[in-house]
Design a protein around this ligand. Structure first.
Ligand code: TYD
Ligand code: MG
Length: 456
């Protein structure tokens, strides 16, 4: 064991930047006045987290390593399994981040419920709520089986003891910001405390082959406190997001050592906790105005999953010299660019128009494949002419007004067909191998002018 020595280190409370002296502005994130001194014992600083024995450091021949199918534990919640890459990997450490009140505790409690029902031993450790509060929440979800254990504790030493005694299969830590390690003198929630606590949990997970879920609250700036530090230590990072005013929630994988990222799981918050949404397209399109001008359905891809979304645009006469442009759920710069392309290539005078573009339902999508639908919605609103409600459009728009190819066209068309749409406008180059039929007409376009001629 290295000699322990107290050392003062300054951490940026916003991004986790470490410095030996105090600074007014953080070189990492450029925020002011974010440095706080935290005393750290030097021996615990040198904690790479992976544990491992000393002395046995021989390299292995890569070709000789055999892969065993990772033992995965299904959570029985299809949408969560999908984001995790097929289930919980034994001995993995997963971070679940999200705004306060979004439903992280509910999701994990429901996971515990399903696992306990299957006869697995799970331990839910809460540092935020009392046992009675959790019981009240649990009663809304259902009746729990024997295997579900509950512990209200924030001291990591006690937590380690309980885990070693009980040997559960899955442990939930709710939340990492409330946990503290006595060896670190900094306050709970500070960067060094969060980092040290995660290190301890990592060792427990890897050493005892227990799967650990860590809840992390997202700060105002939209990152988990001590974010970079936490994200690279854990195996999987999931973000739980959603609109406060809408009931749906999206679980997004941003890092996964055991599966693909960019997968999403869709849930709906209801009276009995979170329910899975198996067909998000149908859910997103609910209550859409049929045949109104400025409304076009687009098809985005979230990972390998096609998602139909309604794009709304409103163009109206501007009362000011500089027209107002606003985008909700998509990139404003992209909208500005598309308006310019539309003006130049289709000869419509938009410089005197305010333009508002909105992705209905509160989803956020940055995919260029939405371009064509945004252009069509804008033009539909400008001309005040509705577009068929049974039409789906997708394609990237280039600066010359050309419609460029996008990936996975076949899946997008299939999703539109599944939901009963009868026309699809897509890039002509994506038509290869695709065939329309009686129930679905495919229109391949080379430029936005082609698309406009076909529709408006
Ligand atoms: P919670 O899981 O406590 O959020 P987090 O742990 O991310 O802070 O979610 C709390 C919100 O969910 C709260 O506003 C109430 C709501 N909720 C329901 O609408 N229905 C339910 O069945 C439950 C358990 C919670
Ligand atoms: Mg909570």
């Amino acid at each position: 064991m290295a000699q322990t020595k107290n050392k003062a280190v300054f951490y940026c409370q916003n991004c986790g930047y470490e410095s030996t002296k105090w600074m007014g502005q953080c070189p990492g994130c450029r925020e002011w006045n974010t440095f706080v001194e935290e005393v750290v014992k030097t021996s615990s600083l040198k904690n790479p987290g992976r544990g491992g024995g000393a002395g046995r450091t021989a390299p292995a021949v890569l070709a000789d390593i055999t892969i065993q199918e990772e033992a995965r534990l299904s959570t029985q919640i299809g949408e969560l399994d999908r984001v995790l890459g097929g289930g919980i990997v034994q001995g993995s450490l997963t971070l679940v981040g999200g705004d306060p009140g979004i439903g992280k505790s509910t999701l994990l409690l429901q996971t515990c419920w399903k696992l306990a029902e299957k006869g697995h031993k799970v331990l839910y450790i809460s540092g935020e709520e009392s046992q009675v509060q959790i019981k009240m929440r649990a009663d809304r979800i259902g009746s729990f089986a024997e295997g579900m254990l509950l512990l209200c504790e924030t001291n990591l030493d006690s937590i380690r003891e309980v885990i070693q005694r009980e040997m559960p299969k899955v442990v939930i830590i709710d939340s990492i910001q409330t946990m503290y390690n006595e060896e670190v003198s900094a306050a709970p929630g500070s960067v060094s405390q969060v980092r040290e606590s995660t290190g301890v949990l990592l060792q427990l997970a890897k050493g005892m082959n227990i799967s650990v879920f860590i809840v992390g609250h997202v700060t105002k700036e939209g990152t988990v406190a001590g974010p970079r530090v936490l994200e690279h230590m854990v195996d999987t990072v999931l973000y739980f997001e959603g609109d406060r005013h809408a009931s749906y929630r999206i679980l997004r994988g941003v890092k996964n050592r055991f599966g693909s990222t960019n997968e999403i799981g869709v849930f709906e918050m209801g009276q009995e906790g979170l329910a899975e949404v198996h067909n998000p397209s149908e859910y997103m399109l609910e209550g859409r105005p049929e045949g109104a001008s400025g409304s076009v359905v687009a098809c985005a891809m979230e990972g390998t999953r096609p998602l139909l979304l309604e794009i709304q645009a409103l163009l109206c006469h501007s009362n000011f010299g500089i027209p107002r442009r606003q985008a909700t759920g998509t990139d404003l710069n992209r909208v500005n660019l598309l308006m310019a392309v539309l003006e130049k290539r289709c000869g419509v005078q938009l410089s005197g128009c305010d333009a508002y573009v909105n992705i209905a339902g509160g989803m956020k999508v940055q995919e260029p494949a939405m371009d064509l639908a945004i252009v069509l919605a804008a033009l539909s609103s400008f001309k005040n002419r509705g577009i068929s409600p049974r039409l789906v459009a997708f394609g990237e728009v280039g600066l010359s007004g050309e419609v460029r190819s996008v990936s996975m066209a076949a899946q997008r068309v299939a999703e539109a067909r599944k939901l009963g749409f009868d026309t699809c406008i897509l890039p002509a180059v994506c038509m290869k191998g695709l065939q329309g039929d009686g129930s679905m007409k495919l229109i391949g376009v080379r430029s936005i002018q082609d698309a406009v001629n076909a529709l408006l």
